[in-house]
Design a protein around this ligand. Sequence first.
Ligand code: ASP
Length: 588
Amino acid sequence: MSATSWRTHRCGALRAEHVGQRVHLGGWVHRRRDLGGIVFLDLRDRDGLVQVAVGPAWSGAEVVERASAVGAESVIVVEGAVVSRPPEARNPEMATGAVEVHATALRVVGPAEVPAIPVARGKGEELPSEELRLRYRHLDLRRSEMLHNLTLRHRLLQRSRRTLSDLGFLEIETPILTKPTPEGARDYLVPSRVHPGECYALPQSPQIYKQLLMVAGFDRYFQIARCFRDEDLRNDRQPEFTQIDLEASFVGQDDVLEVVEAVLVALWDEAGAAVPRPFPRLAHRDVMERFGTDKPDLRYGFELRDWSGPVAAREIPFAAPSLANGGRVRGIAVPGGATLSRKDADALATAAKELGGSGLAWVKRQGDQLSGSVAKYFDVESLGGLGVGDGDAALFAAGPDAVTSTVLDRVRQRVIERFQASPAIPHAFAWIVDFPLFERDPETGQAVAAHHPFTAPHPDDVDRLASDPLSCRALHYDAVYNGNELGSGSIRITDPAVQRAVFQHLGLSAEAIESRFGFLLRALAAGAPPHGGFAIGFDRVTMLLAEAGSLRDVIAFPKTTAARALFEGAPAAPDAAELAALHLRVIP
Ligand code: ASP
């Protein structure tokens, strides 16, 4: 075996048609079985597994000895003949199961210590803890599920590139060492060594750069962009993540949605799912009313209803204070919900309380019997008026809309888990449009950009920008899928005066506007075409299409929920000399 031609075939590629051929293979020892003088090795590479049989008759004693000593996960190279397995030894579950390789030579080229976590797993055998999987990622990545996920990821990346390139988008890279781009999170800062006291920021998104590219006339841009956001971590977030970022000139909302739909449909097609177009469009205000969330799972019903009138009429104590304070009573009718046990209802009520509500009231009907925390205020007829019939239940939350929306969104998700069989439609995409331009920061009371500050106000609301900013809608849109936000975008402000006004509404001083965004304002004043764009959360899309349990399962080297890289051990403390070179001192 010359070092320049290690392999003639991939392990997973061998089939009956190769019988009689001499092959050279290289791979990892997945499993070893010693059976009556013959050693069977399952040899694994990226393409799959093949059985290598090592026996005294065709391999010789020395090779048998070497094979019986080789450790799991060692890398070996094998030379041998492909032979047909006898019918009783064929394995229909293995793509290569009709054949095996009779080794005539075998060399261990990469011996492995005893693996810290197993790679080969028997059916039903549990995975090691995620912490161990992340710590020994080089072994975890050898598992077929990870290989499958990352291969799918590759295909999705190539498909999105092809799709956008075919639509006339140019792939252009933007810097990683940048000036802060506000997307509502904290920046990761990189101190400059050559400019004491100054920092770069890692991009929260390429937002400003892609707008500058439009000003420069590039017309259609995209990038598979790495973005960095220093947020308090939640289970489904990564501090660095990938988005399919795009921007186009001389477009309105409809044009952008059409391009993004084309990309999403192509990605689902790549994963084997046919998705009908166009996606329905729903106004933000309406989805908040009907589902209590801006990323509703539209595969299911259980829409929220306003029951303030009927509840007020019955003077039910749990709702009285909320109604007196201008709140509402909203609820969900659950067909078949009479099977809800007190324990189920209590669990829902506890979840509701955790979200800041006054809890959840409930009533259910079985025949003429009503039960539940507010049963005594209703009869069969009045429940019928709420759309609650025999065998059904009604769940109520009272309070300001912000609270009842959060509570009932959560309750609706639990009800879906508990009561809904398979959904009528498997892929429920939608556009959410007409978002508010500003929202009030609950802590400071200050108006903050609901998305980012470059989003254009809705043309019908622009007159109210100064007088009533919180009532203005934005030309902002989100794509949602089965209860997940897939991405968002907007038409941008191109008038430097409007952009300045928005910065002022957000409380920025003239100096702050100049120092943070002066370069953007000057660019907008240099001849800016109408433009808009979008960013698709690529990790999430891959996770959904791979049906993976977490984002970490579709990223080769992810961070933990505590933003640590366990494998390589980051972040890590710099030594004193490094700190000094960066003109930094750690304040304990
Ligand atoms: N920059 C936005 C984001 O990262 C996307 C966009 O508005 O195009 O969410």
